[in-house]
Design a binder for this molecule. Structure first.
Ligand code: NDP
Length: 400
């Protein structure tokens, strides 16, 4: 029985809180607490829950403040669903207070939109020496996509040669322009140069320059997908070195791309400071302040998401293709947790990762990515907690 502290009371934090309550009722956790920068947001989430959940205000950029909270509350595990900027400070506080750590996105410095695990992998010895575990990227992508790949390696292939991670939001919120998770983080990610892995090295191309159509299953149908960089490729090609080619694809509507192009052209996506009326502002942070709060999109969003991995490789001397995916319905997520499917598909795997750690099914000393553990217990619990998945092996799965 473990006490869990959630840090971050945004869209994902709301889903994590709801699903942690389910995990308490199922006997995995003894107690749940929610802390964030704005205490009122924690309180309003706590008011939706069916068991009492203690709340607190904390500045997760401040290691002494975080450490004080951890020492006072004595959680066994922190689920970090604040922003990627806070990963290292929260890891530092976990080391100080002797608490296990889990997050859903890799650390990013504020001044460069750079997505890599180097900063967090550098904590390997510190966590190991303290007998603690840090589980990195336990969302959907990264997260479940890593575990889908681990399942391919374990059950479907003797050798995986190529993977395509394909993320579709086939839903709509009816707003002229809005992002479905934190706008600052989302826009930093999609405007970053594209990189994919090919023949042992990273190949860089312009952001969203490569486009295909992919025919999504279960009635979703064909949608345009655009190649971009995504962090899970870095750990997957490290841990599964037979992978010769790894690409990540995401759907964007023409409307989203049109708005993004204009915002980029006029400088509104810049992440450096500009002076305005004697005040220094970061244009992208100002843009975030005027865009719809992703949390407000929950009741407006209809349709489904489809996120999965296509792998190509060899089994028993034969070439083979397998596709594993999850389909998630925005409105069903909202009925259950007051959040749309993007927050839901991130929050549920965070809680499932925490359950893996709490039960000892996934436990070790040091810093780990998801594919380093046995995929089977995770995928079973994932389905039980609301994200069932489907796998198909067929020759006609399209190559990208
Ligand atoms: P939101 O912006 O909705 O929520 C972030 C929360 O963190 C807010 O409550 C915010 O507080 C809080 N926060 C920010 N800074 C601090 C701080 N210094 N101290 C304490 N709390 C702070 O983001 P989302 O819920 O959409 O996303 C949460 C995380 O999930 C992000 O890291 C994102 O990258 C990740 N993510 C991962 C995905 C995956 O599949 N792996 C997919 C989607 C998201 P306040 O309310 O006061 O601003």
């Amino acid at each position: 029985m473990k006490k869990v502290l959630i840090i971050g009371a945004g869209g994902v934090g709301r889903v994590v809180a709801h699903k942690c309550v389910q995990a308490v009722k199922d006997g995995y956790f003894s107690e749940v607490m929610l802390a964030s920068r704005t205490r009122e947001k924690c309180d309003s989430i706590a008011a939706e829950l069916s068991i009492p959940v203690k709340t607190a205000r904390v500045d997760a950029d401040n290691v002494p403040e975080l450490t004080e909270l951890l020492l006072a509350e004595k959680p066994d595990l922190v689920i970090n669903v604040a922003l990627p900027y806070q990963d290292l400070t929260i890891m530092d506080a976990c080391l100080e207070a002797g608490v296990h750590y889990l997050d859903t996105a890799n650390y990013e410095p504020r001044d460069t939109a750079k997505f890599e695990y180097s900063w967090q992998w550098a904590y390997q010895d510190k966590f190991s020496e303290k007998g603690l575990m840090a589980l990195l990227g336990s969302g959907f992508d990264p997260g479940v996509t890593n575990v889908f790949t681990a399942r391919m390696v374990k059950h479907h292939f003797d050798r995986v040669d190529e993977i395509d991670i394909i993320d579709a939001n086939a839903g709509s919120h009816g707003q002229p322009f809005a992002t479905n998770f934190n706008p600052e983080i989302n826009i930093r990610e999609v405007t970053a140069p594209c990189r994919h892995w090919e023949d042992g090295k990273w190949v860089e191309t312009g952001a969203l320059k490569t486009k295909h159509s992919f025919d999504f299953p279960e009635g979703i149908g064909p949608m345009n997908i655009y190649r971009m960089y995504h962090e899970e490729m870095e750990s997957l090609v490290k841990h599964f070195p037979t992978i010769k080619k790894a690409q990540f694809w995401m759907t964007f509507s023409d409307n989203y791309l049109k708005h993004l192009e204009v915002l980029q052209n006029v400088g509104m996506t810049r992440i450096d400071e500009v002076e305005y009326n004697g005040v220094k502002i970061v244009p992208l942070q100002f843009l975030k302040a005027v865009l719809p709060d992703p949390g407000s999109l929950g009741p407006l969003t209809k349709g489904r998401t489809c996120i999965g991995v296509v792998a190509r490789g060899v089994k028993g001397g034969q070439e083979k293709k397998t596709y594993i995916y999850n389909i998630c319905d925005h409105e069903a997520c909202y009925r259950e947790t007051n959040s749309q499917a993007i927050s839901y598909t991130t929050g549920v795997p965070a809680v499932v990762g925490a359950i893996m750690m709490a039960t000892g099914k996934w436990m070790g000393k040091g810093v780990f990515n998801m594919e380093q553990f046995d995929p089977d217990p995770f995928l079973k619990t994932l389905a039980d907690y609301g994200l069932p998945w489907v796998e198909v092996s067929a020759d006609d799965i399209p190559a990208l």
